[in-house]
Design a protein around this ligand. Structure first.
Ligand code: HEM
Ligand code: HEM
Length: 225
Protein backbone atom coordinates (compact mmCIF):
# COMPACT_ATOMS: atom_id res chain seq x y z
CA UNK A 1 0.00 0.00 0.00
CA UNK A 2 2.58 2.60 1.09
CA UNK A 3 5.80 2.82 -0.90
CA UNK A 4 9.06 2.89 1.06
CA UNK A 5 9.76 6.63 0.42
CA UNK A 6 6.31 7.56 1.82
CA UNK A 7 6.88 5.40 4.90
CA UNK A 8 10.39 6.76 5.50
CA UNK A 9 8.95 10.26 5.02
CA UNK A 10 6.30 9.62 7.67
CA UNK A 11 8.57 8.28 10.42
CA UNK A 12 11.35 10.79 9.66
CA UNK A 13 8.73 13.56 9.95
CA UNK A 14 7.57 12.21 13.32
CA UNK A 15 11.20 12.02 14.58
CA UNK A 16 12.10 15.53 13.36
CA UNK A 17 8.96 17.13 14.81
CA UNK A 18 9.61 15.52 18.17
CA UNK A 19 13.25 16.68 17.86
CA UNK A 20 12.15 20.25 17.05
CA UNK A 21 9.77 20.33 20.04
CA UNK A 22 12.20 18.84 22.55
CA UNK A 23 15.10 21.11 21.53
CA UNK A 24 13.00 24.30 21.51
CA UNK A 25 11.83 23.51 25.04
CA UNK A 26 15.43 22.87 26.16
CA UNK A 27 16.30 26.27 24.69
CA UNK A 28 19.74 27.89 24.92
CA UNK A 29 22.31 26.31 22.65
CA UNK A 30 19.80 23.59 21.77
CA UNK A 31 18.11 26.17 19.55
CA UNK A 32 20.75 25.32 16.96
CA UNK A 33 19.31 21.83 16.87
CA UNK A 34 15.80 23.25 16.79
CA UNK A 35 16.56 25.04 13.53
CA UNK A 36 18.26 21.93 12.12
CA UNK A 37 15.28 19.70 12.92
CA UNK A 38 12.97 22.44 11.61
CA UNK A 39 14.87 22.68 8.32
CA UNK A 40 14.74 18.88 8.00
CA UNK A 41 10.95 19.10 8.47
CA UNK A 42 10.82 21.76 5.74
CA UNK A 43 12.75 19.48 3.34
CA UNK A 44 10.47 16.53 4.20
CA UNK A 45 7.28 18.52 3.60
CA UNK A 46 8.55 19.86 0.25
CA UNK A 47 9.46 16.27 -0.67
CA UNK A 48 5.97 14.99 0.21
CA UNK A 49 4.25 17.77 -1.74
CA UNK A 50 6.26 16.90 -4.86
CA UNK A 51 5.92 13.15 -4.21
CA UNK A 52 2.16 13.70 -4.07
CA UNK A 53 2.33 14.76 -7.72
CA UNK A 54 5.05 12.54 -9.18
CA UNK A 55 5.09 9.62 -6.70
CA UNK A 56 3.53 6.17 -7.06
CA UNK A 57 -0.20 5.35 -6.98
CA UNK A 58 -1.28 5.61 -3.34
CA UNK A 59 1.07 8.52 -2.54
CA UNK A 60 -0.58 10.70 -5.21
CA UNK A 61 -2.91 13.47 -4.14
CA UNK A 62 -5.04 12.86 -7.24
CA UNK A 63 -5.63 9.31 -5.97
CA UNK A 64 -6.91 10.25 -2.52
CA UNK A 65 -7.87 13.92 -2.23
CA UNK A 66 -11.66 14.27 -2.48
CA UNK A 67 -14.08 17.17 -2.09
CA UNK A 68 -16.17 17.88 1.05
CA UNK A 69 -19.22 16.13 -0.45
CA UNK A 70 -17.35 12.87 -0.85
CA UNK A 71 -15.98 13.18 2.69
CA UNK A 72 -19.55 13.69 4.00
CA UNK A 73 -20.89 10.78 1.95
CA UNK A 74 -18.08 8.63 3.34
CA UNK A 75 -18.91 9.71 6.90
CA UNK A 76 -22.56 8.81 6.36
CA UNK A 77 -21.45 5.38 5.27
CA UNK A 78 -22.68 5.88 1.71
CA UNK A 79 -19.34 5.07 0.10
CA UNK A 80 -17.66 1.73 0.00
CA UNK A 81 -14.15 1.66 1.52
CA UNK A 82 -11.29 2.54 -0.80
CA UNK A 83 -7.70 1.40 -0.95
CA UNK A 84 -5.20 4.05 0.19
CA UNK A 85 -6.15 6.99 2.39
CA UNK A 86 -9.93 7.11 2.85
CA UNK A 87 -11.64 10.48 2.08
CA UNK A 88 -11.58 11.56 5.74
CA UNK A 89 -7.99 10.39 6.23
CA UNK A 90 -7.01 12.32 3.10
CA UNK A 91 -8.48 15.46 4.61
CA UNK A 92 -6.32 15.04 7.72
CA UNK A 93 -3.21 14.30 5.61
CA UNK A 94 -3.65 17.61 3.78
CA UNK A 95 -4.32 19.46 7.06
CA UNK A 96 -1.17 17.96 8.63
CA UNK A 97 1.00 18.82 5.63
CA UNK A 98 -0.30 22.42 5.42
CA UNK A 99 -0.06 23.14 9.15
CA UNK A 100 3.40 21.63 9.53
CA UNK A 101 4.52 23.31 6.29
CA UNK A 102 3.34 26.65 7.74
CA UNK A 103 5.41 25.99 10.86
CA UNK A 104 8.57 25.17 8.94
CA UNK A 105 8.05 28.06 6.48
CA UNK A 106 7.40 30.63 9.22
CA UNK A 107 10.44 29.28 11.13
CA UNK A 108 12.64 30.57 8.29
CA UNK A 109 11.58 34.11 9.25
CA UNK A 110 11.28 33.63 13.03
CA UNK A 111 13.58 35.17 15.60
CA UNK A 112 13.75 35.01 19.39
CA UNK A 113 15.21 38.52 19.80
CA UNK A 114 18.24 36.97 21.48
CA UNK A 115 20.53 34.80 19.42
CA UNK A 116 18.48 32.49 17.21
CA UNK A 117 16.81 33.43 13.99
CA UNK A 118 15.72 31.74 10.81
CA UNK A 119 17.93 32.38 7.77
CA UNK A 120 15.44 34.82 6.22
CA UNK A 121 14.52 36.73 9.40
CA UNK A 122 16.81 39.63 8.45
CA UNK A 123 14.77 40.45 5.31
CA UNK A 124 12.09 42.48 7.09
CA UNK A 125 11.69 43.14 10.82
CA UNK A 126 7.92 43.62 10.74
CA UNK A 127 7.36 40.40 8.81
CA UNK A 128 9.80 38.56 11.05
CA UNK A 129 7.70 39.61 14.11
CA UNK A 130 4.41 38.58 12.47
CA UNK A 131 5.76 35.22 11.36
CA UNK A 132 7.39 34.62 14.78
CA UNK A 133 3.93 35.18 16.30
CA UNK A 134 2.42 32.72 13.79
CA UNK A 135 5.24 30.24 14.51
CA UNK A 136 4.47 30.44 18.23
CA UNK A 137 0.67 30.06 18.09
CA UNK A 138 0.81 27.38 15.40
CA UNK A 139 2.55 25.21 18.02
CA UNK A 140 -0.87 24.54 19.59
CA UNK A 141 -2.60 23.91 16.29
CA UNK A 142 0.05 21.27 15.47
CA UNK A 143 -0.41 19.62 18.87
CA UNK A 144 -4.20 19.52 18.35
CA UNK A 145 -4.04 18.12 14.80
CA UNK A 146 -1.40 15.50 15.70
CA UNK A 147 -3.46 14.47 18.77
CA UNK A 148 -6.53 14.06 16.52
CA UNK A 149 -4.43 12.07 14.04
CA UNK A 150 -3.16 9.68 16.71
CA UNK A 151 -6.68 9.37 18.22
CA UNK A 152 -8.05 8.46 14.78
CA UNK A 153 -5.40 5.73 14.41
CA UNK A 154 -6.30 4.43 17.90
CA UNK A 155 -10.03 4.54 17.01
CA UNK A 156 -9.37 2.37 13.96
CA UNK A 157 -7.31 0.01 16.10
CA UNK A 158 -9.58 -0.35 19.12
CA UNK A 159 -13.10 0.24 17.78
CA UNK A 160 -12.86 -0.74 14.11
CA UNK A 161 -10.21 -3.42 14.77
CA UNK A 162 -7.99 -2.21 11.94
CA UNK A 163 -4.25 -1.94 12.31
CA UNK A 164 -3.24 1.01 10.10
CA UNK A 165 0.18 1.40 11.73
CA UNK A 166 1.40 -1.93 10.39
CA UNK A 167 0.94 -0.71 6.81
CA UNK A 168 2.75 2.56 7.57
CA UNK A 169 5.70 0.51 8.92
CA UNK A 170 5.85 -2.50 6.60
CA UNK A 171 3.97 -1.17 3.58
CA UNK A 172 1.58 -4.10 3.26
CA UNK A 173 -2.07 -4.11 4.19
CA UNK A 174 -3.86 -7.33 4.90
CA UNK A 175 -6.87 -8.05 2.73
CA UNK A 176 -8.86 -11.03 3.96
CA UNK A 177 -12.36 -12.10 4.84
CA UNK A 178 -12.53 -9.61 7.74
CA UNK A 179 -11.49 -6.72 5.52
CA UNK A 180 -14.32 -4.71 3.99
CA UNK A 181 -12.38 -4.11 0.77
CA UNK A 182 -13.07 -6.23 -2.25
CA UNK A 183 -10.14 -8.67 -2.51
CA UNK A 184 -9.85 -8.19 -6.25
CA UNK A 185 -9.27 -4.99 -8.18
CA UNK A 186 -6.78 -3.60 -5.66
CA UNK A 187 -3.49 -2.68 -7.24
CA UNK A 188 0.00 -2.66 -5.77
CA UNK A 189 1.71 0.54 -4.70
CA UNK A 190 4.31 0.52 -7.54
CA UNK A 191 7.27 0.39 -5.16
CA UNK A 192 10.59 -0.73 -6.62
CA UNK A 193 14.27 0.26 -6.42
CA UNK A 194 13.91 2.63 -9.38
CA UNK A 195 11.14 4.51 -7.56
CA UNK A 196 13.21 4.54 -4.37
CA UNK A 197 16.30 5.87 -6.15
CA UNK A 198 14.21 8.60 -7.78
CA UNK A 199 12.87 9.55 -4.32
CA UNK A 200 16.40 9.67 -2.91
CA UNK A 201 17.64 11.92 -5.72
CA UNK A 202 14.61 14.18 -5.34
CA UNK A 203 15.16 14.44 -1.59
CA UNK A 204 18.89 15.16 -2.06
CA UNK A 205 18.03 18.01 -4.47
CA UNK A 206 15.52 19.44 -1.97
CA UNK A 207 18.09 19.22 0.86
CA UNK A 208 20.56 21.13 -1.33
CA UNK A 209 17.93 23.83 -1.96
CA UNK A 210 17.12 24.10 1.77
CA UNK A 211 20.82 24.27 2.61
CA UNK A 212 21.18 27.06 0.03
CA UNK A 213 18.41 28.97 1.87
CA UNK A 214 20.50 28.87 5.04
CA UNK A 215 23.42 30.49 3.19
CA UNK A 216 21.22 33.56 2.57
CA UNK A 217 21.50 34.60 6.23
CA UNK A 218 23.81 37.65 6.59
CA UNK A 219 26.37 35.68 8.60
CA UNK A 220 26.40 33.01 5.91
CA UNK A 221 25.32 30.59 8.60
CA UNK A 222 22.01 30.24 10.45
CA UNK A 223 23.82 28.71 13.39
CA UNK A 224 25.69 30.55 16.10
CA UNK A 225 27.86 27.63 17.13
C1 HEM B 1 8.01 22.20 11.67
C2 HEM B 1 9.10 22.37 12.35
C3 HEM B 1 9.12 23.28 13.55
C4 HEM B 1 8.46 23.16 14.75
C5 HEM B 1 7.50 22.06 15.16
C6 HEM B 1 8.81 24.31 15.55
C7 HEM B 1 8.32 24.58 16.82
C8 HEM B 1 8.58 25.72 17.54
C9 HEM B 1 7.95 26.08 18.77
C10 HEM B 1 6.90 25.24 19.49
C11 HEM B 1 8.45 27.28 19.17
C12 HEM B 1 8.02 28.11 20.38
C13 HEM B 1 8.81 27.72 21.58
C14 HEM B 1 8.33 28.40 22.82
O1 HEM B 1 8.23 29.64 22.83
O2 HEM B 1 8.08 27.66 23.78
C15 HEM B 1 9.46 27.68 18.21
C16 HEM B 1 10.24 28.80 18.28
C17 HEM B 1 11.22 29.13 17.35
N1 HEM B 1 11.53 28.44 16.19
FE1 HEM B 1 10.61 26.78 15.52
N2 HEM B 1 9.69 25.09 14.84
C18 HEM B 1 9.90 24.49 13.61
C19 HEM B 1 10.71 24.95 12.60
C20 HEM B 1 11.60 26.01 12.71
C21 HEM B 1 12.53 26.44 11.70
C22 HEM B 1 12.67 25.80 10.30
C23 HEM B 1 13.21 27.50 12.21
C24 HEM B 1 14.33 28.26 11.59
C25 HEM B 1 15.16 27.82 10.68
C26 HEM B 1 12.70 27.77 13.52
C27 HEM B 1 13.13 28.78 14.37
C28 HEM B 1 12.54 29.13 15.55
C29 HEM B 1 12.90 30.30 16.34
C30 HEM B 1 13.96 31.33 15.99
C31 HEM B 1 12.06 30.30 17.46
C32 HEM B 1 12.05 31.31 18.59
C33 HEM B 1 10.86 32.23 18.45
C34 HEM B 1 10.59 33.03 19.73
O3 HEM B 1 11.36 32.95 20.67
O4 HEM B 1 9.55 33.71 19.76
N3 HEM B 1 11.71 26.84 13.81
N4 HEM B 1 9.51 26.69 17.21
C1 HEM C 1 4.38 14.20 14.93
C2 HEM C 1 3.50 13.25 14.78
C3 HEM C 1 2.89 12.80 13.46
C4 HEM C 1 2.76 13.47 12.28
C5 HEM C 1 3.17 14.88 11.96
C6 HEM C 1 2.13 12.56 11.34
C7 HEM C 1 1.82 12.86 10.02
C8 HEM C 1 1.24 12.01 9.12
C9 HEM C 1 1.03 12.27 7.73
C10 HEM C 1 1.43 13.57 7.01
C11 HEM C 1 0.44 11.18 7.18
C12 HEM C 1 0.09 10.97 5.71
C13 HEM C 1 1.11 10.03 5.12
C14 HEM C 1 1.31 10.28 3.66
O1 HEM C 1 0.48 9.89 2.83
O2 HEM C 1 2.33 10.89 3.34
C15 HEM C 1 0.26 10.21 8.22
C16 HEM C 1 -0.32 8.96 8.06
C17 HEM C 1 -0.32 8.00 9.02
N1 HEM C 1 0.20 8.11 10.30
FE1 HEM C 1 1.02 9.73 11.13
N2 HEM C 1 1.91 11.36 11.96
C18 HEM C 1 2.36 11.46 13.25
C19 HEM C 1 2.37 10.50 14.22
C20 HEM C 1 1.91 9.23 14.04
C21 HEM C 1 1.95 8.19 15.04
C22 HEM C 1 2.52 8.35 16.46
C23 HEM C 1 1.40 7.08 14.48
C24 HEM C 1 1.20 5.71 15.09
C25 HEM C 1 0.52 5.55 16.18
C26 HEM C 1 1.01 7.41 13.11
C27 HEM C 1 0.44 6.57 12.23
C28 HEM C 1 0.04 6.89 10.94
C29 HEM C 1 -0.65 5.98 10.04
C30 HEM C 1 -1.05 4.54 10.36
C31 HEM C 1 -0.89 6.66 8.86
C32 HEM C 1 -1.63 6.12 7.62
C33 HEM C 1 -3.09 6.44 7.78
C34 HEM C 1 -3.93 5.78 6.70
O3 HEM C 1 -3.94 4.54 6.62
O4 HEM C 1 -4.60 6.54 5.94
N3 HEM C 1 1.34 8.73 12.89
N4 HEM C 1 0.76 10.73 9.40
Amino acid sequence: MWDLPTRVFHWALVACIIGAYVTVKLGGLWMDWHTRFGLAVLALIIFRLIWGVVGPRYARFSQFVRGPRTVLAYLRGRLSPVAGHNPLGAFSVIALLLIIGTQAGSGLFANDDVMTSGPLAYLDNAWSSRLTWLHNINEWIIIAVVALHVCAILWYRIVLKKNLVRAMVLGDMQIDATSDWPADGIKHAQDNWGVRLAALLLFAAICAAVWWLTTLAPTGDYSFM
